[in-house]
Design a protein around this ligand. Sequence first.
Ligand code: ADP
Ligand code: MG
Length: 314
Amino acid sequence: MIRATHLSKRYGGKMALYNVNFSIGKGEVVGFLGPNGAGKSTTMNLLCGYLEPTWGKVEIAGVDMALQPLEARRHIGYLPEIPPLYMDMTVAEQLSFACELRRLPQRGGALRDYVDSLCRRTELLDVRDRLIRNLSKGYRQRVAVTQLLVGSPEILILDEPTVGLDPRQIREFRDLLAQLAQEHTIILSSHILSEIRSSCSRILVFNEGTLIADGQPERLQEELSGRRVLLAEVRGGGEAVAQALAAVSDVLSVEAEEDGETRQFRISHRPGTDVRGAVYEALKPLPCTLLTLRSQEVSLESLYLEITRRNEEA
Ligand code: ADP
Ligand code: MG
């Protein structure tokens, strides 16, 4: 649905984004995570065609953004960091205006019905005739998101949509998102892991203009929250190895990756525990060879350091 290749952006002399590559499939809900200045908004603006990349390419549903921007943008609803809302309009007026901007053919009664159907979808019917200035921040955000649904774009891109919302509003926003996720491919950004963890099936971590991690939230969360990970490379032993490792006390989970004739086990264990001795003892009776055993301490920062080091070595 979305493909970014070698995406790079320079502002004046400063590289804001450097060689970012990813693709996002239909129906995915993806979080862009990273500290301020990491390049999340820049990437979103490039995906929406509001900025031109210095290098690289954006394709939306197979359409090259540089060659057919209007056709590519038709698939996208974009909510910028500061939502475009008119305080002196009512909710219904704002949504009708969004229909005009999207050049929807509806007029009069048909337009009113269409706006009502939008309001029904996002539970705005109760406030449809209220002025936007009189709505809570949570409702304003809901109106801003509803605007994006005009014309039913397949992709929704939301830049820091929970900034300024209180915890209850954040929860309501999450429910709205879950509902929208049934019909749309969604990208949202945040600098707070916990805010997007539960909503997203995949998280891309940005730092200083590069993409430093891409994975399922459970795994990233584990890594970013400082859960300790031990990497064990093992030859032979079959199924019994994973079982023996999982049975070691303080071990939380074990994941295996085939690597030719050896297997790499990621052993997550409780912070503050050292399970190396127990792991060694657990494998001793099995018909296998423990080739390497090393600790991996992963926080956002160390993950970043590790990956940049790996890139330099490559
Ligand atoms: P994020 O959304 O992750 O906070 P941004 O994409 O907004 O990050 O910014 C990435 C980097 O690009 C930052 O260092 C920022 O200062 C810089 N930047 C963003 N927009 C501009 C601009 N219009 N002109 C110059 N520099 C910019
Ligand atoms: Mg931003």
